[in-house]
Write a protein that binds this ligand. Structure first.
Ligand code: AHR
Length: 753
């Protein structure tokens, strides 16, 4: 058969298939699958992208204790130069031992200065809302007053003002007041007007708007509410890399929970590994409080003494082991214990019920250069000490987080749950739908503690990314007996300083939007039963399009006689430039390519481009060696693609996804409500005929997340381009429902029985 005829025959076959494109989905409502863990689904909170300071932490003053820079009071400025003023950072005669610097203000002549703080890219003032201002001051020889005001960015418009004190005492004293602005402005500033003569010292200037649940030292309400709306069953904290810390300018910068407690002026900040100062205003206590307020089980991640750029010897970890024991005591201990008493003194008489602890974060890599050192030896010291004192604590261990698709617990030590992390492409997540079907049930459980589509996600995270994650979540839900927990990562991003993309919740000083991935997380967590209902699907082949193709042979492209069976090849000497071997080449927007030396020579990427959009469906984390000769060969064998480099098989994957649509269903323990989730990640509409046997369906309500293109996403300018829509009730015909799904869609059906 020549190429053209072959092509025509394929199209004819495809047309027949499309005309009858009805997927069948059978669910027996009497049959129970596995019990789905009560911990589906959860959240991961880490201070990254200004998630805390300048984000969830409601504090509005930036560099509030003048510690952010050694030589200048950054984020503070004088509004006018009319009065002579001397501003300097001082490190003597401080407020307490924790504070290392204060601001000294000198007015050599009688006059007035306006000292402004710009906040975190602007202070959000809201009309008629109360703002609580506090600061510490100490007069040297200063005689005069301090006023406070909220003003616009230029300092001319005054939204609220008040006299804070007409006398500054000669010892460190805390001054407080309230401000009630008469306008809205997302990028306002706080101004302290110092009027008089002489010198004084200033420290810990703090301004709080109303907070989530009205808590002192609390959280920005709309961000905390978005967390609450996810109905998280657990909350992992405080990181992530945040837990590991880093050696920066010769100093180990790490989160120490004990120094994150109590009054804000007594908390030590540190330099966050995500490269900005952390006040630790959201400290250990606040994180436990947040988990409680969200109705989420707390999961505390402890350092194993391995940080970015170094580690403590694995046989001298007593400090770290004791530190986590003390943390559990703080969370759970009674008044007779040292740290339990401290929690009670800090305002929480009842225990926080910390019952899950993770030992390290990503510290058990195959490649020991990736923040790993003697993980098993470290792990077991923590495990034994925690289980001896707190046998009820579930211990979560680390497994490989980078590079491998099949992470493992490579030692004989007991472990309750192991934490796998995946940051991959939409197609990778789709292909993993069945990943957990074959995981052993008689060993430890699985926690997918961090996952997200981090390739081909657009700018902020598009619908394709969200649907890839959704398919993966279906697989986790269906295997909810072994994958007992999961949490997307990361959660927050301040638009002004992004360290990591994509993230679920984006914000600046006064605006917020969420990504399609956020909607997926919310829909999954809000519509889930207690038992899995196995889904049987038929006629569900991926709607692949077949056409005449060409492939690489050396540097040229040759047409393939049979598009499902051919060999592409290229011999090359690696010179530092990425090398491309083509297969399935139709035109410059539609082709397959094996990229060798991709991503700065970190990986081999196998991609399929459709209408100009890349989809990476296999990776191998391996560099090429400069100057070396390579023989690259791609064999296409009936839609299975095999990629060899110097004879070694690197990828063996299906060219197209295995299925058209993907599903998972669950039912509540009382049998009164079932939930069906169906994802169509392809761009082709599909009809899904559903047969719900074994119970009478009283009502079926459909919620749909979709958009015209898989590349559609949300932004500050277009916050709601992709969002779920309530589609109302579906007609029920006996036990049958018909779902007419558009392309790029997640459908969630709530079924009343
Ligand atoms: O989620 C962002 C980062 O990714 C986390 O800090 C780290 O654990 C992972 O590598």
């Amino acid at each position: 058969m020549n190429v053209k005829l072959y092509h025509t025959a394929f199209l004819a076959a495809l047309f027949t298939l499309s005309a009858n494109a009805q997927v069948k989905l059978d669910i027996n409502l009497q049959k129970r699958g596995a019990k789905i863990s009560d911990l589906h689904h959860g959240i991961f909170y880490e201070d990254i992208n200004h998630a805390a300071d300048g984000g969830l932490y409601a504090e509005l003053v930036r560099n509030r204790s003048f510690e952010d820079n050694d030589s200048m009071p950054i984020y503070w400025r004088l509004l006018s130069e009319e009065t002579k003023a001397e501003l300097s950072l001082v490190s003597d005669d401080l407020l307490n031992d924790v504070q290392k610097q204060a601001l000294r203000i000198g007015l050599p002549e009688k006059g007035e200065i306006c000292l402004a703080n710009e906040g975190f890219w602007g202070i959000n003032v809201v009309r008629d809302q109360n703002y609580r201002l506090s600061f510490w001051a100490k007069a040297e020889d200063f005689k005069g007053k301090i006023h406070a005001s909220l003003r616009d960015h230029d300092g001319y418009k005054i939204y609220a003002q008040t006299l804070v004190t007409s006398k500054v005492k000669g010892e460190w004293t805390r001054y407080t007041t309230e401000l009630r602005p008469q306008a809205n402005d997302g990028v306002a500033q706080l101004v302290l007007t110092v009027e008089g003569k002489g010198s004084l010292r200033l420290d810990m200037v703090s301004l709080f708007p109303p907070t989530f649940k009205g808590r002192a030292n609390g959280l920005r309400p709309e961000l905390a509410q978005l967390m609450a709306d996810l109905k998280p069953r657990f909350m992992r904290f405080p990181g992530g890399c945040f837990v590991e810390g880093e050696l920066i300018n010769g100093k180990l910068e790490e989160f120490k929970w004990k120094t994150s407690l109590g009054p804000i002026e007594k908390r030590a900040g540190h330099y966050n590994t995500w490269r900005y100062p952390a006040t630790n205003g959201i400290g250990f206590h606040e994180m436990l409080q947040l988990a409680e307020d969200l109705g989420a089980e707390p999961l505390y991640v402890t350092s194993v003494g391995v940080w970015h750029g170094g580690f403590a010897p694995h046989d001298s970890l007593d400090w770290y082991v004791q530190d986590v024991l003390d943390a559990i005591e703080y969370a759970n201990g009674d008044a007779s214990t040292q740290y339990g008493a401290m929690r009670i003194a800090n305002g929480h008489p009842e225990p926080f019920n910390l019952r899950m602890v993770e030992i390290g974060n990503e510290n058990y890599q195959q490649n020991v250069k990736q923040q790993s050192d003697h993980y098993p030896e470290r792990y077991i010291q923590f495990y034994r000490a925690i289980k001896a004192k707190y046998p009820y604590v579930t211990i979560v261990g680390n497994v490989e987080a980078l590079g491998t698709d099949t992470p493992s617990w490579r030692n004989e030590h007991p472990v309750d749950v192991v934490d796998e992390h995946y940051f991959r492409s939409p197609r990778w997540f789709i292909d993993q739908y069945n990943k957990y079907d074959t995981y052993p049930r008689d060993r430890h459980k699985i926690y997918v503690g961090e996952y997200a589509v981090t390739r081909e996600y657009g700018v902020n995270g598009n619908l394709n990314a969200a649907l890839g994650e959704a398919v993966y979540m279906l697989g986790m839900e269906h295997n909810g007996d072994v994958v007992v927990m999961n949490s997307y990562a990361p959660m927050f991003k301040n638009e002004n300083e992004a360290k990591w993309n994509p993230d679920l919740i984006h914000f600046d000083s006064d605006k917020v939007f969420v990504t399609p991935s956020y909607h997926v997380q919310k829909l999954f967590a809000n519509y889930i039963g207690d038992y899995d209902l196995p889904c049987v699907m038929q006629n569900n082949a991926f709607p692949a399009e077949y056409y005449a193709v060409a492939y690489s042979r050396g540097d040229s492209l040759l047409p393939a006689v049979d598009p499902s069976n051919y060999m592409a090849s290229r011999r090359f000497r690696y010179d530092g430039e990425e090398v491309k071997v083509y297969y399935h080449f139709r035109d410059t927007k539609n082709y397959g390519v094996w990229n060798l030396g991709a991503d700065d020579n970190h990986r081999y990427n196998l991609e399929l481009h459709t209408n100009g959009l890349a989809s990476t469906f296999a990776y191998r984390y391996r560099p090429l060696e400069k100057g070396q000769w390579y023989d690259a060969c791609i064999k296409l064998d009936n839609d299975t693609i095999l990629c060899y480099l110097n004879g070694e098989l690197n990828h063996k994957v299906a060219l197209y996804p295995k299925q058209w649509v993907y599903s998972a269903a669950s039912i509540t323990a009382d049998g009164k409500t079932a939930y069906l989730k169906v994802v169509n990640p392809s761009g082709k509409p599909v009809i899904v005929d559903i047969d719900l046997k074994g119970a009478t369906v009283k009502q079926a309500n459909l919620i749909r997340l979709t958009s015209q293109y898989g590349t559609d996403e949300n932004s500050m300018a277009d916050k709601e381009r992709v969002k779920p829509a309530d589609m109302g009730s579906l007609p029920v015909n006996g036990s049958n429902l018909r779902l007419e799904m558009p392309g790029y869609a997640l459908d969630v059906i709530e079924i009343t029985l």
